[in-house]
Design a protein around this ligand. Structure first.
Ligand code: SF4
Length: 410
């Protein structure tokens, strides 16, 4: 819930607006779990505990994967699930106690049954700025597991256990900031799950994350990464027409030069082939004007790493290059990601020379491309490696891809 909504809700309970706003700010800015609401009333926040952490040293600092535990939920509507960021106003002296969750909105809620708990994984990635200032990028999860079934991804092995609520997404920022004292500069929705498969919750979470009385993360420092789920992309595009939203970063995982390969490693492609996906990307408001569209390409040895693949990919990305765009500027950027082998992976990681070679091939064909340096591989915190081995392949309730005949990713 944004500060505006929170103040309104508090007002319904007879709490003065300035007291409510102060409590909201204290929760987000100072990490205070309790705040006075005046007249002997108080508000306390419940945050899901961090139950596990893994670290890996890099030249920029420590990469830290942390896991928050949510109570299990036997109610598929999610009504009994614990939210990691819930503020409970004790109004019992005057009227019935109320729960004010910090985020609201419609969302598809849990689908799994009989789970003792759910673990949410987030990753803190250190960064050192130009002037030596240290900060972090926080990679957040939007679902527990994922239904998309990408063949190269660890999370896909879990299937979809449930989608997160907006509060659970924001709770990852809260835990990183106030429990791990990390200075978060950027937030990327690249953790477990497909954000646009949980688009309403992701939009509500971003509203909170950018709230000036709350985390106040600039919209331009947030990026949503998607495999290109068409209905979710349309919904996000509509939202990007709202004031301030045009600065939101969008990353699309392409990962293949053609439909045959993409359908093989990404079942979503059977529902939304690459040509259709490119049309949908071109409809993003102000495409590439405020921020380049980021195209992710996981380089997998023997699958998508040949020179012919680079040529096909460059053709596909032509409308987003300097040569292909109407105003002669790069509208997109290719982010080349060396494959991080998941558990029991059929493919190895690519050789360093293969990565550099592929980068050269696309660049000489006019594509603006960078490579992502691999961080977190040892702790299974790298891209495509999030996922709990313990609950992997457990029974879950499959969710049909809205646009796909492919079914769930499990
Ligand atoms: S790559 Fe992303 S969308 Fe695909 S299965 Fe993994 S988490 Fe889901």
């Amino acid at each position: 819930m944004t500060s505006l909504g929170y103040v309104r809700r508090a007002g319904e309970c007879g709490v003065a607006a300035d007291m409510a706003k102060k409590a909201y700010r204290r929760f987000f800015r100072e990490g205070a779990r309790e705040a006075s609401l005046g007249r002997g009333r108080a508000v306390c926040a419940q945050v899901a505990p961090i139950v596990r952490e893994e670290e890996e040293q890099t030249p920029e600092g420590e990469i830290r994967k942390f896991v928050q535990r949510l109570e299990g939920n036997t109610d598929p509507t999610g009504a009994t699930g614990q939210s990691p960021v819930r503020m409970v106003a004790d109004c019992s002296t005057t009227r019935t106690a109320r729960h004010w969750t910090l985020s609201s909105g419609t969302q598809r809620r849990p689908v799994a049954r009989d789970m003792p708990h759910f673990d949410i994984e987030s990753v803190l990635i250190p960064m050192v700025g130009r002037q030596g200032l240290k900060s972090h990028t926080l990679c957040v999860s939007s679902q527990v597991g994922c239904a998309m079934g990408c063949g190269f991804c660890e999370t896909a092995q879990m299937g979809l256990l449930r989608s997160l609520t907006p509060a659970e997404i924001v709770g990852q920022w809260w835990a990183a900031t106030h429990e791990r004292q990390a200075k978060i500069k950027n937030i990327v929705f690249m953790g477990m799950g497909e954000p646009l498969d949980n688009v309403e919750a992701v939009i509500r979470a971003i509203e909170v994350l950018t709230d000036h009385n709350g985390p106040a993360v600039p919209m331009s420092n947030i990026m949503v990464s998607t495999v290109g789920k068409a209905d979710g992309l349309r919904r996000l595009c509509a939202q990007m027409g709202e004031p301030g939203w045009h600065k939101l970063g969008i990353a699309v995982s392409i990962n293949a030069p053609n439909d045959a390969i993409r359908s093989q490693i990404m079942p979503i492609n059977r529902a939304t082939p690459m040509a259709e996906l490119r049309e949908a990307i071109c409809e993003i408001p102000h495409v590439g004007t405020h921020r380049k569209i980021c195209f992710g390409y996981v380089l997998i040895p023997g699958v998508n790493d040949a020179e012919a693949h680079a040529a096909e990919l460059a053709d596909y990305l032509r409308p987003f290059t300097r040569d292909g765009s109407p105003d002669g500027s790069h509208k997109g950027m290719l982010n080349l990601i060396p494959y991080n082998p998941r558990r029991d992976s059929p493919w190895p990681a690519p050789e360093e020379e293969a990565v550099e070679r592929f980068l050269g091939w696309v660049r000489e064909r006019g594509v603006y491309a960078k490579r992502r340096r691999t961080k977190g591989r040892d702790t299974m915190a790298a891209c495509g490696q999030l996922g709990s081995e313990a609950i992997r392949k457990r029974r879950f309730v499959g969710v049909r891809l809205t646009d796909s005949p492919a079914g769930s990713g499990g």
